[in-house]
Ligand binder design. Structure first.
Ligand SMILES: Nc1ncnc2c1ncn2[C@@H]1O[C@H](COP(=O)(O)OP(=O)(O)OP(=O)(O)O)[C@@H](O)[C@H]1O
Length: 612
């Protein structure tokens, strides 16, 4: 899951840094009448006449009870333009019709296989799995692609539970997740056949390639009576998706999302950020995390937008795609990217890429980026200097929001209105947030654990009923494990993971995120990670791991010291209270980040502490 950068310490104060790493039935694709039923009733009453989706946008009632909400909303676009593009990938475009046809084939494939559904043990632990569809877990392993999306939709059509698996998992981790979620079948593509056939065999799962993309002109996409009846048996409360946490605070846990929760989330995001069918998303995030899966894929599809995959994040590729979207001569191809969402590290890299361009290319790039409708950021704290630099270059004040695997997105700066730096904004429509202050009174007033109640809350941790129970307050709020507070306008400020970002120094509780944001303003600092290492006098010692800017790095390599702890503290003393100044400094070549650009501080702390 995590990358394994080859870290080479260039100066480490008495420490060597570690090289640690990181899819009931029979579906007939014939010319039959289109029948939708049950949960569609409100919007799509059962009918035997050619189906027409309503043109009206779905507004946020957040009570849709259908696992098909996402699909239905995507499919509505069909009434507007049969062949409108849902997915672009590898220079090819795939229509919404192709997506539906492909998903039906996958559903048919799954239904024709004798899939184990729910083991006795799991039945006892996850009662919800028994309700409705077959409930078998289908592992989906594919690069971000049309096939991946069809795999998820097809799994939902069949009544099974989709488990997106990371391509980057080492085999042991893949096997852990497959065993844990008791995967019945792995759906994948030719490129991963060899590896995954072997892994599937080891975990007792079946393996299948995702069927080829259908040529829709030769087929009509319909549901038959048996499917409609089967859907009658499905409920919004049935599990639809298991996403595994990144494991930055413990072993990865399977987070179970229901159809209803997914529907609520995509409606919520579509409304809050005004996603429409005119949007074209450039997508370069992994699909086994909620940011890439919900914000940049399911919600856009719900809105009838187009999602263009760039499976590997490429600074050059992104700038180029924006320039192609909005060429200086004004002759765009009509498929201009309108929306982008990324993690803070992506914006850092894009800034570095911009700085390395010549003046002419910079002008063309900045002018193109300015013309996107929306640029968003999240998954970890957006440092102020990065936000400011990005605004200077592109004119976009990044829309920062706060989310988590367990509730997807909960708090967001507004689309229209003040986006406040250093905050994540206000609860999304339908979401309740409260701050639970520590009963011991050890926190400053107004500071405490962020607790969330939302229509998009997960149902449970897979096979972990006790952990699930302990994660909720008596009044049904999910305890996030993040510490936060509100500013004078009520905007939420995330101070960090309580277990990893909150340091106890002397009598003070300090936010590592706040200190990181300041240190990043230093001209020689490219990246920074602050954590508390054990200290016999103060409890935690504020420790900064810094990656230098390229030039500073070169100077340092030529034995010209560019940054010492003392220099850093002298520079920072006007910006940070004395007790917040770092007392230990490590200069590293790079930071070990996972697929979402996050540093696993818990792991780092243990390694560094062991070396002390
Ligand atoms: N805008 C943001 N600012 C600060 N932190 C954020 C922001 N958005 C997300 N986060 C952090 O990311 C966390 C959610 O990420 P995710 O669900 O992937 O969990 P994780 O911490 O990476 O992994 P695990 O749950 O395994 O520990 C939040 O709890 C919060 O700490």
């Amino acid at each position: 899951m995590r990358t394994s950068p080859s870290l080479k310490a260039i100066t480490v104060f008495n420490l060597r840094r570690s090289s640690s790493s990181s899819f009931l039935h029979t579906c007939r694709l014939g010319r039959e009448r289109l029948l939708f039923s049950n949960n569609f009733e409100a919007l799509f009453a059962r009918r035997t006449t050619p189906f027409r989706f309503p043109q009206a946008r779905f507004r946020s009632s957040f009570h849709s009870n259908s696992f098909m909400e996402v699909f239905k909303a995507a499919y509505k676009k069909r009434s507007m333009a049969r062949d409108s593009v849902a997915i672009r990938a590898d220079q090819k475009s795939y229509s919404y019709d192709q997506l539906v046809s492909s998903a039906l084939r996958i559903s048919s494939l799954l239904c024709s296989n004798d899939l184990k559904t729910t083991s006795e043990k799991t039945k006892n632990e996850n009662s919800a799995v028994l309700a409705g569809g077959c409930g078998a877990r289908i592992g989906i392993v594919a690069k971000p692609s049309f096939e991946f999306v069809a795999g998820v939709l097809g799994t939902w059509f069949s009544g099974c539970i989709a488990v997106p698996l990371a391509l980057s998992y080492p085999e042991s981790e893949l096997l852990h997740v497959m065993h844990d979620s008791d995967i019945s079948m792995v759906l994948s593509t030719e490129d991963y056949r060899e590896v995954l056939q072997s892994v599937a065999a080891k975990s007792g799962a079946k393996f299948s390639l995702i069927p080829p993309v259908p040529n829709v002109s030769s087929e009509t996409t319909v549901f038959d009576q048996s499917q409609a009846e089967k859907m009658d048996g499905q409920r919004g409360e049935d599990p639809a998706l298991i996403v595994y946490t990144s494991g930055t605070t413990g072993k990865p846990k399977g987070v179970v999302h229901t159809h209803k929760g997914i529907a609520a989330q995509v409606q919520m995001l579509t409304e809050a950020w005004e996603y429409t069918s005119a949007d074209q998303f450039l997508h370069c995030l992994p699909l086994h995390h909620v940011h890439g899966l919900f914000n940049a894929l399911l919600a856009p599809l719900y809105a009838g937008a187009t999602v263009e995959f760039m499976p590997k994040f490429s600074v050059r590729g992104i700038w180029q795609r924006w320039r192609e979207s909005y060429p200086v001569n004004g002759n765009g191809a009509g498929d201009a990217i309108t929306a982008f969402t990324g993690v803070p590290t992506m914006y850092t890299r894009l800034i570095q890429g911009y700085e390395a361009m010549d003046t002419e290319l910079q002008a063309a790039s900045a002018s193109a980026a300015k013309q996107l409708r929306l640029m968003m950021c999240g998954s970890s704290a957006l440092p102020l200097p990065v936000m400011q630099q990005w605004e200077t270059i592109t004119g976009h004040r990044l829309l920062e929001r706060y989310g988590m695997t367990e509730f997807v997105m909960a708090i967001s700066n507004p689309l229209r209105g003040a986006r406040k730096a250093g905050t994540v904004g206000n609860p999304l429509p339908g979401v309740q947030v409260k701050i639970a202050e520590d009963e011991s009174g050890s926190d400053a007033a107004g500071v405490g654990e962020i607790c969330v109640k939302s229509p998009s809350l997960f149902k449970e941790y897979w096979k972990l009923p006790e952990v699930t129970k302990d994660s909720f307050t008596a009044d049904g709020f999910f305890k996030t494990g993040d510490t936060g507070k509100q500013d004078e306008d009520g905007y939420y400020i995330i101070l960090g993971r309580t277990s990893a970002d909150i340091m106890k120094v002397g009598g003070y509780k300090l936010s590592a995120l706040e200190i990181e944001s300041v240190l990043l303003e230093h001209p020689a600092v490219a990246e920074c990670c602050v954590l508390g290492l054990p200290d016999k006098d103060y409890g935690d010692a504020v420790s900064a791991i810094i990656v230098l800017e390229e030039k500073a790095k070169r100077d340092q390599e030529k034995s010209k010291p560019v940054l010492s702890l003392q220099e850093l503290c002298t520079w920072a003393k006007d910006k940070l209270a004395p007790y917040k100044l770092p007392t230990r400094l490590f200069l590293w070549d790079s930071l070990p980040r996972n697929a979402m650009g996050k540093v696993n501080k818990k792991e780092l702390k243990n390694q560094l502490a062991a070396q002390q």
